[in-house]
Design a protein around this ligand. Structure first.
Ligand code: MG
Length: 257
């Protein structure tokens, strides 16, 4: 009499196990796998900033500015990695992107930065491959430098975007043979004692005198893939990106606020 009961129990357990397995499999099939992170996930193409033709003036340094480049040498700059000499070539009052990123020797918090740049005269490459460089505020937050003259790319990656965070309000780009100007007003983030954000960084950018970023909130350090996340930091340099394209810079000055 025991045997049939045992068989019945075994059968019941087997049935339960089978049912559980089927349920688990069904659950496993219903839970979507997290998507694989890809750069395209943070590239937003619409809307496209409309084109605005800027006026003609640039600006010389005011009396209280720290001049970071006056056309003569890179004495205010160093190699970002290793801290050796900034090896980019200075010629005719400007310097051109060379091997490796460079950074200022000085460190900054809140500031007004004036910087002039020119895309390579020879128009080469497309989208992110044409005249790409970048200005990293506090070595982390990129104001994109790109030849965005007749060169469509994702809107939050074109010239004067806060890369992959904010598209510029308009496209105020000058031709590759002409100089562009950024005037950047930057407020550094503040952190609590436990390292979390107290106030995020904010930035205003004028591109050739045209407002393109209006006191926008920076969401964290610039990321090519995935979403930004703040990490506490103090004063830090301005750094310039070597993205493999011969972008030139001139007339760089900063006012600490
Ligand atoms: Mg760049």
């Amino acid at each position: 009499m025991d045997i049939p009961l045992s068989i019945t129990r075994k059968t019941a357990f087997a049935a339960l196990a089978t049912a559980l397995l089927a349920f688990t499999n069904a659950q496993a099939q219903e839970v979507p796998k997290p998507p694989k992170m890809a750069p395209e996930m943070t590239e937003f193409w619409e809307p496209e900033p409309r084109v605005v033709t800027p006026g003609a003036t640039n600006t010389a340094a005011p009396s209280d500015a720290i001049v970071l480049f006056d056309g003569k040498n890179l004495s205010e700059w160093k190699a970002k990695n290793g801290g050796g000499e900034a090896a980019w070539q200075v010629k005719n009052g400007e310097f051109t992107v060379g091997k490796g990123d460079i950074a200022t020797k000085r460190e900054f918090q809140d500031f007004q930065l004036h910087i002039e740049w020119s895309a390579p005269d020879e128009v080469k490459g497309n989208s992110q491959g044409r005249g790409n460089s970048g200005i990293f505020l506090q070595d982390r937050y990129e104001v994109q430098v790109l030849d965005s003259y007749n060169n469509r790319t994702y809107s939050n990656g074109q010239a004067a975007s806060i890369y992959k965070q904010h598209r510029p309000l308009v496209n105020a780009m000058r031709k590759p043979t002409e100089w562009n100007v950024y005037d950047i007003i930057y407020t550094a983030p503040r952190f609590k004692e436990d390292g979390t954000v107290f106030t995020p960084a904010r930035v205003t950018v004028l591109h050739n005198g045209v407002l393109v970023q209006h006191n926008v909130e920076i969401k964290g350090p610039t990321e090519y893939i995935g979403l930004p996340e703040y990490k506490a930091h103090g004063k830090a340099p301005i750094s310039l990106q070597d993205h493999g394209n011969p972008v030139s810079y001139r007339n760089i000055w900063i006012r600490e606020l």
